[in-house]
Design a protein around this ligand. Structure first.
Ligand SMILES: NC(=O)c1ccc[n+]([C@@H]2O[C@H](COP(=O)([O-])OP(=O)(O)OC[C@H]3O[C@@H](n4cnc5c(N)ncnc54)[C@H](OP(=O)(O)O)[C@@H]3O)[C@@H](O)[C@H]2O)c1
Length: 286
């Protein structure tokens, strides 16, 4: 697909991923309209239908979400945003022949596997955030006549959002030793890199569900140790049982990449490792 010809609407446009996605899309010379909750509240069914009918973009990229995972355990609005609202976005997109791009998460899985998880594995969400995100996926899948792409991603970090790497860098200035969980495994993914992968997926006009991320994976401890290797702060591995959180996290939630590796075969983005992405991010911070 030639993106130059396309009008792309981004919802949740002030968020972490959306900010880097806009920056990358600007290089494609497509027409971009970016809105956040003040212009398009995705939970407002009438508002969603009205806005999409008025703008009639070719593609809607929904970056709107409630991403405070622990707060999802108690805040019912999270389910509305991550789950229910996708019915409105999906139906309005189908009505107006708009392709819908949406993001989901590894937290729809429970984390007991020991191999990268394929797209067609049965989801069993581990926490309320995962339940909401799975409902969002189901609302999309259940909408007749919709052209959609669901991209499941995990462990995101970017300059425009609260993220693990920034937290580690900040704490390393205040403490001499940090305890970090070493038994949760995933693919740490920078949002500038993810934005490039999303654009490659759009160009290839992918449809259905795909997992995205760097070519290898690690634990939170590995990521922290790498990021802080040139500081005086020591990083100590601890088990998740020593770091309880309101929302449970999956232990092994590595998203399998076989499907995207076939679809985008030969694209050098697929070769990138989590360490390369983390190093690029650190250089941005220099
Ligand atoms: N961050 C991760 O590690 C991670 C992991 C896996 C999947 N994902 C998924 O990736 C996508 C992008 O995540 P992100 O980290 O970039 O999210 P983010 O930074 O939290 O951005 C979400 C944006 O949506 C806005 N928003 C909230 N409620 C809204 C509503 N009702 N209508 C319109 N906009 C609303 C937020 O505004 P406020 O800030 O004002 O609330 C924010 O600007 C999401 O689908 C997320 O579930 C993220």
């Amino acid at each position: 697909m030639d993106l130059k010809e396309q009008h792309i609407l981004i919802s949740g446009g002030n968020g972490m991923l959306a900010t880097d996605l806009k920056r990358e899309l600007e290089k494609e010379n497509c027409k971009i309209t970016s809105v956040d909750i003040d212009e398009l509240d995705i939970c407002n069914e009438k508002g969603v239908h009205g806005k999409l009918a008025a703008l009639k973009p070719d593609i809607l990229i929904n970056c709107a979400a409630y991403t405070a995972v622990d707060k999802c355990e108690t805040e019912s609005i999270a389910y509305e945003i991550n789950g229910t609202a996708l019915k409105y976005l999906a139906e309005a997109s189908a009505n107006n022949k708009i392709k819908l791009i949406h993001f989901s998460t590894d937290y729809i899985f429970s984390g007991e596997f020991k191999n990268p998880i394929p797209e067609d594995w049965t989801p069993t969400p581990i926490n309320k955030y995962g339940e909401g995100k799975l409902k969002g996926e189901q609302n999309i899948l259940n909408t007749d006549g919709l052209d959609f792409l669901i991209l499941r991603v995990q462990w995101l970090y970017g300059k425009n959002g609260k993220n693990f790497i920034d937290t580690m860098l900040k704490l390393s200035k205040e403490k001499t030793e940090l305890n970090v969980v070493s038994d949760q495994i995933g693919r740490p993914t920078s949002t500038p890199y993810l934005a490039q992968l999303i654009i490659a997926s759009l160009r290839a006009d992918l449809k259905g569900i795909y997992h995205l991320g760097p070519s290898d994976y690690c634990s939170w401890y590995d990521l922290a140790a790498h990021v802080l290797k040139d500081t005086k702060c020591k990083v100590k591995p601890i088990p998740s049982s020593a770091y309880p959180t309101p929302a449970k996290r999956p232990l092994y939630s590595v998203l399998g990449l076989d499907k995207i590796n076939i679809a985008l075969k030969g694209n050098p983005l697929l070769e990138k490792t989590w360490k390369e992405l983390a190093d690029e991010y650190l250089r941005l911070n220099d």
